[in-house]
Design a protein around this ligand. Sequence first.
Ligand SMILES: NC(=O)c1ccc[n+]([C@@H]2O[C@H](COP(=O)([O-])OP(=O)(O)OC[C@H]3O[C@@H](n4cnc5c(N)ncnc54)[C@H](O)[C@@H]3O)[C@@H](O)[C@H]2O)c1
Ligand SMILES: [Zn+2]
Length: 361
Amino acid sequence: VIAPHRLVRQSSHYPVFVGEGILARAVEVVREMDPEAPLFAVVSQRVAELYANAVETLRGQVSAVVTFPDSEEEKTLARVEWLTTELLRAGAKRDAILLLIGGGVVGDTAGFAASVYLRGVRFVHIPTTLLSQVDSSIGGKVAVNHPLGKNMIGSFSLPLAVLSDASLLGTLPEVEFVSGLVEALKSGVIADERLFSIIEEHGSGLQRMVRPLREIVCRAVDVKAVIVEHDEREEGERKLLNYGHTVGHAIEVAERYRGITHGEAVAWGMIAANAIAVAKGMFSREGAERIDRAALQLRPRPTSVREPETLLAAAGLDKKFSSRGNVMILPRAIGHCEIATVTPDELRLGVEAMLEREESV
Ligand SMILES: NC(=O)c1ccc[n+]([C@@H]2O[C@H](COP(=O)([O-])OP(=O)(O)OC[C@H]3O[C@@H](n4cnc5c(N)ncnc54)[C@H](O)[C@@H]3O)[C@@H](O)[C@H]2O)c1
Ligand SMILES: [Zn+2]
């Protein structure tokens, strides 16, 4: 008798180190996990320029350094093939460990490449943007884009470890910093009031405050890690991470992903979600106002779209929210979000409230 096949979940237990000066010590940390494995680094071109000394040191410690031209347009299958060529030429075998140094573009593209290179080699994320430290390096999702959609080709593949260096964030363009900060603010509203308060208190000034910044990264990583651990394949609880993302995504699509960062769109999406939660009677007006203010002080750029219909049609929300409604993530308190059913009327109301808010700033 053959026992029924049981799906065994991957374990998401891998260490996440958060500190300062970690980039310079990356090889040392990885060597503690595996003293022998040949190491190969894939480094964001921008990071290689900005941190030339650290990358030069790295060259002396690893078998090869490949620089990666990171922009969203490079997140392609063609880049995966290119990276495969680079790694084959450099002699990377099954026992290799790849160090992926850069933002979400490098992590997602090279992480996906690692997951298929010779049927999969180990990799370490060394995220260098706030967004990648608090979001994309956690959770085991790697992917590249397809002409018909973002992240359409990918896999679930866990890193050996994540090394986050908060002292690298000072060189980020402010819009990129803010984009990551919104994701952290989001995680605060979902599950960590203290995280929310730190961002509420200091706003984008955090970019020059390494200590609190480190606390933010740690707390945001905790929020995402705990949720993801309970739901690695995105079946339930992981949906909570989509707070602000329903309307946020529609904004990104309506703007064709130009002129507004992901985080800015999510900031507006949170404001829409808050209005819906208040209208449903599940969240206080004061609570919503507090989140709105914290989001607005990060100065997200407004959308160019002015009509609710255009926004609702953009990502097919008009169809998705059929008469029976659809699920959205709404706050009940700062530090607690829930999966709720939202009717098309409620959604519309949220979008209208958000558009009004945009006009008032
Ligand atoms: N896998 C996931 O779960 C997940 C989650 C969220 C987002 N993502 C993906 O992440 C990507 C966005 O990531 P991102 O925001 O890090 O973008 P990014 O990788 O494009 O980096 C943003 C910009 O910052 C530059 N940069 C990187 N580090 C720097 C530093 N220390 N100083 C100065 N400049 C630096 C980069 O060159 C780039 O121009 C998207 O493709 C998105 O789909 C993935
Ligand atoms: Zn997001």
